[in-house]
Design a protein around this ligand. Sequence first.
Ligand code: FAD
Length: 383
Amino acid sequence: MTYDAVVAGAGPAGTMSARILASRGYGIKVLEDDPISGKPVQCAGLVSERVLGMSGVKPEVFGRFYGAEVIFPDGSSVIARSRNVKAVAIDRGDFDRRMADAAADAGAEFSYGSKYLSHESGGDEVSVTSSSGTDRCRAVIGADGYGSRVARSLPGNLPREYVYGAQYDLRHRADCQDIFRVRMGNGCAPGFFLWEIPCGDFTRVGLCVSAGKGYPFGYLNSMVRKLYPDSGIIARYGGKIPLGGRRTTYGEKCLLIGDAAGQVKPVSGGGIYPSLVSAGILADVLSDALDSGDLSAGRLSRYEKLWKAELGREMKFGYYLRKKFTAMDDSDINRAGRYSRRGDVRPALDEIDLDRSSDVVRAILRKPSAWPGALNLYLRSLF
Ligand SMILES: Cc1cc2nc3c(=O)[nH]c(=O)nc-3n(C[C@H](O)[C@H](O)[C@H](O)COP(=O)(O)OP(=O)(O)OC[C@H]3O[C@@H](n4cnc5c(N)ncnc54)[C@H](O)[C@@H]3O)c2cc1C
């Protein structure tokens, strides 16, 4: 049998794409390296309510948050709080399993324990080699995560950078369950931040660090000793997040999505929202291409144009902000903290949208009174 598409990877990007295409009647096979969906988890599971709605599944929810407290290296902090739920902590393993079930219900075929190895295009077909054998299809979808082999089949296609993550679930019930915490500073999470997410009877504490800054579990262990000295570890997670995008997200009979496509929000490291947005676009472009019989790179290039029209501004501006942030030392971060607490700046933080977090900078800059302070921070980030 020749499938319309073989999807490498059963994370949210792969299962959402598979579900939409299969529900339209296309023959879809999903190859998943691991023996089951949703394990191992490499995620904090923090998403907006919008993401839950888009996913169409109802995973277990550990907590709902109306805001966040951001703590700066000098110990000062700012609290952003809204009347609306700003973020939800989900059981990411449960989410992935439900997404895979929904794709299977729509008609996608799953092969677990099947590692995509390579693919080769010949005539109208692609031959996909995996650890389980060979499949024939008309197109390959690379949804195989941050280390994507499918992405590497397109030359010069590594992400601009990775940040390295470490996370524990700790036996600790936080006093306040309706806001999560973020800590910044080079002594705690150089090049990124630390998160503390109350999840009822446990607290999820994790961080990421930039490449070359050391072992993330080293930073996490030292912060957990300081902040949660008496709390036992229930679960341990690690992982990498690709930031800054990849050179391309399409090729001859081939499309990339999710982490494999570098579709990650650069400020927060969140990748589930961009994956779900891109899955609808991928399915539309691929449906047209399959129906027309033209699966050339030229035809599929429309996918990149369309997903960038939807997400490119956040990706580009977010990555610009990230570069400014990584150029800051702790005294600059403290200065940014003082700026964020100003009367004409802080209210904008209450309206932050997890999926478009860089918009908050635009909202602040709409006020002329906020410009001089912002300019001062910008100039300091240059040197
Ligand atoms: C520490 C950490 C915390 C994070 N927290 C959040 C968060 O709170 N919110 C958020 O939105 N995002 C978060 N992210 C990012 C998020 O986890 C990813 O962006 C998201 O999982 C991307 O989905 P995906 O389907 O592209 O890739 P994945 O979820 O990584 O799925 C890829 C799948 O492909 C499989 N695979 C890999 N190689 C092959 C192969 N060769 N053949 C077959 N299968 C293969 C893998 O086993 C996996 O199942 C976090 C990441 C890390 C590391």
